[in-house]
Design a protein around this ligand. Structure first.
Ligand SMILES: C[S@@+](CC[C@H](N)C(=O)[O-])C[C@H]1O[C@@H](n2cnc3c(N)ncnc32)[C@H](O)[C@@H]1O
Length: 456
């Protein structure tokens, strides 16, 4: 049954025309007209045009009903109709761009931990690192990833070790670890309903907010920025109706989904100065799990070192002057949501969590860290970027310094793997190497901490 017929009948009856009179004036066969009005057949475009003219009625309105009748009556699987219509709407809106814009949501699978742009991520090296650790260490129960970043190394360690401790100084990383790994209750259907709601938002109807006013048209296309700010506020407003795990999953989900929409080269030190393509924001949940062998911290590594007793500590600090809290300031602002005053072209807040590893104190910080860790094995990642031409990419700790400090801790082996590095084009890495030091800590050092030049 087509609704357009009933609409036409109502229009005719309200205008006071008998059917025969309409039939004569518009020259449509009477039986056909009856069938149209009874919803048994669709008017042709020509017939609809004639009727719209005769009743002096909005042709577009009638056409929209005719077209939607056609669509509504064409489903072979009516149980998928609503979902199909939503996808069809996006396909009509975004045309051939559809595939590239919706890459993120086309696959039903939840988003994996590795699916993130992060400077210095070891996600492509985890197999190499974990194999070496497997071969070179034994009796390891507690594994610490003390500068965890994306936690790609922790992710591989969780199924292998009895206890995994994950630490990073950034708020956003901390929320991500909790969303992906922390034990806790969550209801997937509830979360899916929440994000479906966000996915059907029309950004044109949303008001400007902190996020869009600051980052719109810069780090994100303006409408996307409006949606991000709106969703972030909604998550905060509904915090009391969410479990802690649900809250963390939603925030981590927001970060992971907006990562690929950012108008950047992968960090927020700068945005690309060119008009930004309009894109939809469609969220997909992260692959949340809960592990009871995981502990999560957000502490300065050198402070945490003094509290921990473990078997193996994996150490992958920043090695140049580029501060992670400045690279990822936008996620820090989004997670903390205290709406700080922002400064400069890149709209950064007042610095917080600046790392001594990015300063002249790097060498001493490293020494202080390894001397104060009570552990059997130290595993240190290092890449030899210190011959770089750009000052900011230059390593703050030299290879010889790392070697000599580690050798003082115990028997040290070094392993090598070539690897493509992040750089902004200024740096030449001819002899690029990713190194892994594995130190078996001397008995006398295992349980003691040692005074170093730095005070923590
Ligand atoms: C090279 S990245 C680690 C990358 C990580 N292995 C991965 O696969 O993603 C260094 C990390 O150390 C963190 N960081 C820097 N200084 C720190 C400190 N003093 N204490 C704890 N974390 C720190 C940064 O936030 C950054 O995420």
């Amino acid at each position: 049954m087509y609704a357009i017929g009933h609409i036409l009948k109502e229009i005719r009856e309200e205008s006071g025309y008998p059917l025969q009179e309409v039939q004569q004036c518009v020259d449509i066969d009477l039986t056909q007209l009856c069938r149209i009005e009874n919803g048994k057949r669709l008017p042709t475009i020509e017939q609809l045009q004639k009727l719209a003219n005769f009743y002096n009625y909005d042709y577009k309105f009638l056409m929209v009903h005719r077209e939607s009748d056609k669509i509504a009556c064409s489903f072979e699987y009516p149980e998928f109709a609503i979902e199909t219509l939503k996808v069809a709407e996006d396909k009509v809106k975004y045309g051939t761009q559809y595939l590239s814009l919706f890459q993120n949501t086309i696959y039903q699978k939840p988003i994996s931990l590795e699916s993130r742009r992060y400077i210095g991520s070891k996600s492509k090296l985890t197999e190499w690192i974990m194999n070496l650790i497997d071969m070179e260490t034994e009796n390891v129960n507690t594994f610490v990833d003390i500068f965890a970043g994306t936690a790609s190394v922790s992710n591989q360690a969780i199924p292998k070790y009895n206890q995994v401790i994950i630490n990073d100084i950034l708020y956003s990383n901390n929320i991500i670890y909790k969303g992906f790994f922390k034990a806790g209750e969550w209801n997937e259907e509830k979360l899916n309903n929440i994000i479906t709601n966000y996915n059907t938002l029309d950004p044109d109807t949303l008001e400007e907010n902190y996020f869009s006013q600051n980052f719109g048209g810069k780090f994100y296309e303006h409408n996307i920025a409006k949606s991000i700010g709106y969703i972030r506020q909604k998550i905060e407003d509904m915090k009391s109706e969410l479990t802690e795990k649900e809250y963390n999953i939603l925030l981590a989900t927001l970060i992971y989904n907006i990562d690929k929409l950012a108008n950047t080269v992968g960090h927020f030190d700068a945005y690309i100065k060119r008009p930004i393509k309009s894109q939809p924001l469609r969220l997909r949940l992260i692959n949340a799990q809960d592990f009871d062998n995981v502990e999560i911290y957000r502490k300065d590594a050198n402070l945490l070192a003094r509290e921990l007793k473990s078997d193996l500590v994996y150490i992958d600090p920043p090695y140049n002057s580029r501060q992670y809290c400045r690279f990822y300031h936008l996620y820090e602002t989004l997670v903390k949501w205290n709406k700080p005053k922002l400064f400069g072209v890149a709209l950064k807040p007042v610095p917080e969590n600046m790392s001594t590893y990015c300063t002249v104190k790097a060498r001493d910080s490293f020494e202080d860290l390894v001397y104060n860790l009570k552990t059997k094995f130290l595993v240190v990642s290092y890449n030899n970027t210190y011959h770089s031409k750009s000052n900011s990419s230059e390593n703050k700790i030299r290879l010889e310094e790392i070697e000599s400090i580690l050798k003082k801790c115990g028997k040290t082996k070094v392993f090598e793997c070539s690897h493509r590095f992040f750089n902004t084009g200024k740096t030449e890495f001819d002899d690029h190497k990713e190194l892994l030091f594995i130190t078996e800590v001397d008995e006398k050092r295992k349980s003691k901490s040692f005074p170093t030049v730095l005070r923590w």
